[in-house]
Design a binder for this molecule. Structure first.
Ligand SMILES: Cc1cc2nc3c(=O)[nH]c(=O)nc-3n(C[C@H](O)[C@H](O)[C@H](O)COP(=O)(O)O)c2cc1C
Length: 185
């Protein structure tokens, strides 16, 4: 069986929560894996791993610089091995056509920035953690959330992640991995 590295950045914890959930699901399915939070200075030796899942949160329309730099530095190996990417943002929770357009722009921006077009590239809805923000960010997020039909109750964190979609991502990743292993046998 192969070994996977899950590499990510997070500021308020939702990307980390999704990565840890995926890590457990992969372990339950028998796929050994390690998680690396780039914000804490942890990064894998890519040669120790056969597959990768990379993840970034979105802030003001941007991917994490640390994640983008890590991808750029490891591009040849990511292209050679089974590797996937997802980003975590609020757009993904919003069904409006504006939000769908913004999501598709982010996907294009990612490919342009990294020159990497993973077969599995998706987005998951994150969380709005009002208590963790300073007053200005809380105010801005409250306005954005109101516009997008989200909660404006600033007394708590609101999680929008659809875990069934994360399960589907895990299943697709495992399916790709097993067909890849079969091809290279
Ligand atoms: C200051 C700030 C800016 C954000 N900008 C965007 C954005 O441009 N587009 C978007 O869809 N979500 C945006 N979000 C929502 C975050 O992507 C979401 O909260 C995500 O869960 C953050 O990931 P993390 O908890 O792993 O840090 C923003 C959130 C904050 C606090």
């Amino acid at each position: 069986m192969t070994k996977a590295a899950l590499v990510y950045s997070t500021k308020y914890g939702q990307t980390e929560k999704i990565v840890n959930y995926i890590s457990k699901k992969l372990k339950d399915a028998g796929l050994e894996n390690d998680v690396f939070n780039l914000e804490k200075g942890n990064d894998p030796n890519p040669h120790d791993y056969d597959s990768f899942i990379v993840a970034s949160p979105i802030f003001i329309g941007n991917f994490s610089k640390k994640v983008i730099n890590w991808i750029k530095a490891n591009l040849p190996i990511l292209k050679r091995k089974e590797s996937s990417f997802f980003f975590v943002c609020m757009n993904a929770a919003d069904p409006s056509s504006e939000a769908r357009d913004a999501d598709s722009m982010l996907r294009k921006k990612f490919v342009k920035l990294t020159l990497w077009s993973p077969k599995l590239l998706t987005s998951f809805a994150g969380a709005i953690d009002y208590p963790a923000y300073n007053w200005l960010i809380r105010l801005i997020l409250k306005r954005i959330s109101k516009q997008a039909g989200g909660s404006i109750d600033t007394s708590k964190c609101h999680e929008y992640t659809e875990w069934k979609m994360v399960d589907q991502f895990v299943n697709s990743f495992l399916a790709r991995l097993s067909s890849d292993v079969a091809i290279h046998k």
